[in-house]
Design a protein. Structure first.
Lengths: 113, 109
């Protein structure tokens, strides 16, 4: 089974801190994604990557950046955390074409105080 | 703008009471429609992919159908373990998925 592992289940950070969320997948998937999930809003795409060192903005990239130095690892960076970035963050990966759907990690619940 | 709307927002059923969840979509070019199940505190789990109108997929008590404008997830004789949030998503250009807000299903015994 494909596994997508997110480094932290829960994080509490202070406003203005730089925050790193790490995601690792073990099935050699080319595509990786970062979403945030908020009640009533569903999952919204922040950034995605089709290959190493490639990245593309999703629907809500403001305040975030990403890094993909290795195929299996995709990091989400909050440059200066703010309270409106308190959310559940979900990482996912997929094969090219995505016909078998995404495989998601268990999520990181981030609280910014 | 690509949009996915799910209804109802929440659904309470008695065990054995069959029902359907709806997913309507407005997209410029549908490449696939996906259903996921999400349990509390976990990431979404893939259920089905549908590609063309008229297509149906089944898995245990779940059956997904697709028309040109919407998809239904039919739940037959549900059990308490079917309680979860069900998410619908459409695949647009590239490999991007656009998600609906989900339907929270509670099945009581």
């Amino acid at each position: 089974d494909v596994k997508v592992t997110q480094s932290s289940r829960y994080l509490v950070k202070r406003t203005g801190e730089k925050v790193f969320l790490e995601c690792v997948q073990d099935m050699d998937h080319e595509n990786m994604f970062w979403y945030r999930q908020d009640p009533g809003l569903g999952l919204r795409l922040i950034y995605f990557s089709y290959d190493v060192k490639m990245k593309e903005k999703g629907d809500i990239p403001e305040g975030y950046s990403v890094s993909r130095e290795k195929k299996e690892r995709f990091s989400l960076i909050l440059e200066s955390a703010s309270t409106n970035q308190t959310s559940m963050y979900l990482c996912a990966s997929s094969l090219p074409g995505g016909s078998r759907g995404y495989t998601f990690g268990s999520g990181t619940r981030l609280t910014v105080v | 703008e690509d949009q996915v709307t799910q209804s109802p927002e929440a659904l309470r059923l008695q065990e054995g009471e069959s029902s359907s969840l709806n997913c309507s979509y407005t997209v410029s070019g549908l490449r696939g429609l996906f259903w996921y199940r999400q349990d509390p505190g976990k990431g979404p789990e893939f259920l089905f992919t549908l590609y063309s109108a008229g297509e149906e997929k089944e898995k245990e008590r779940l059956k997904a159908t697709l028309t040109k404008k919407e998809s239904f997830l039919h739940i037959t004789a549900p059990k308490p373990e079917d309680s979860a949030t069900y998410l619908c998503a459409v695949q647009v250009y590239g490999n991007k998925l656009v998600f609906g807000a989900g339907t929270i299903l509670r099945v009581k015994s």
